[in-house]
Write a protein that binds this ligand. Structure first.
Ligand SMILES: [Ca+2]
Ligand SMILES: [Ca+2]
Ligand SMILES: [Ca+2]
Ligand SMILES: [Ca+2]
Length: 306
């Protein structure tokens, strides 16, 4: 009996040590004391001060320290101020739209949503107080694809202010491409991103990122984008799979199978693919209502209709 008691005691002590280990890890978290609401306020103060002390030089497409006769970015009517709530904290994202962009003879695609795939060029700088580094911590000068769902929030929302450009076609070949793909007149601008919409220490994945809790500046070009990006190819654009319209597509999971609707080919889990719940065969599963007992619920969200 005593042996059993001792074994129990050993297990118990081991559990306590293990728990203490956990606590120590928490104490060692260098970001444990950060007040993210307060940081959001001081970040915004720094950004506003920066925008009041710099102007955008259209001749060289660069942000420069303010000189007499120039308009501070903060007072420039090309500056867009977006309100974004993230982790229950309100942020201001500042976007300078140097050129909105123009897709020319292509049909006007408008602007991407925050969940579309974009083809971009960019150059990122760190900001410190009311200055920014001349050093590019990351850049792409030829064009690269990103999914705005999978990038920092400052990008997801920032790019929605620009339009894509027009694909350059080679007249000599009758419009067939010959050579590198080039886009003309794409949108161009600058993102001024508070740290909470970049790499906040509230996310454990950012602990070892050297950009953690840093305000960022990005020069950006939007070359083109995939209109109505449909991640699961079910016929419903990802933006329309945000059923509660809260801007977050990850919290909409009709059948509760752990796959959010934008990433679920059978949204109601009834065994019939969403793209096949298209009774009128117009390619759009959102306008088919076959259930007389539930006439406002589309078939693809209604497990009673298969
Ligand atoms: Ca949602
Ligand atoms: Ca879906
Ligand atoms: Ca339909
Ligand atoms: Ca159904």
């Amino acid at each position: 009996m005593n042996k059993i008691k001792n074994i129990f005691a050993i297990v118990f002590i081991a559990t306590i040590i293990y728990a203490c280990g956990d606590d120590n890890f928490g104490v060692n978290n260098p970001f444990a004391d950060i007040d993210h609401k307060a940081l959001a306020l001081s970040d915004n103060d720094s950004l506003v001060k920066f925008l009041k002390n710099h102007y955008y030089d259209l001749d060289v497409d660069s942000v420069k320290p303010l000189v007499t006769g120039k308009t501070p970015i903060f007072e420039d009517n090309k500056l867009e101020t977006m309100s974004v709530t993230e982790n229950e904290i309100d942020y201001k994202l500042y976007v300078y739209v140097a050129k909105e962009g123009n897709s020319g003879a292509d049909p006007d695609k408008g602007k991407p949503t925050s969940v579309d795939s974009v083809f971009v060029k960019y150059s990122g700088r760190t900001m410190s107080g009311s200055t920014f580094s001349e050093f590019n911590f990351d850049s792409n000068t030829t064009g690269t694809w990103f999914n705005l769902l999978s990038v920092i929030k400052g990008w997801s929302y920032g790019y929605t202010n620009l339009k894509g450009g027009e694909l350059k076609k080679d007249p000599a070949t009758g419009g067939v491409f010959n050579g590198p793909i080039t886009y003309l007149n794409g949108g161009k601008g600058v993102l001024f991103i508070p740290s909470g919409l970049a790499y906040p220490s509230s996310n454990v994945q950012n602990y070892t990122n050297n950009l953690v809790d840093t305000n960022l500046l990005f020069y950006i070009d939007l070359l083109t984008f995939v209109e109505d990006t449909d991640h699961d190819n079910d016929g419903i654009p990802t933006i329309d799979e945000d059923l509660d319209n809260d801007g977050n597509v990850n919290n909409d999971d009709t059948d509760g199978d752990g796959f959010p609707n934008y990433f679920d080919v059978d949204d109601d889990g009834d065994g019939v693919l969403t793209k096949d719940e298209d009774a009128n065969n117009d390619g759009d599963p959102t306008n088919d209502f076959s259930d007389p007992n539930n006439p406002t619920l589309p078939d693809y969200l209604n497990p009673a209709i298969k």
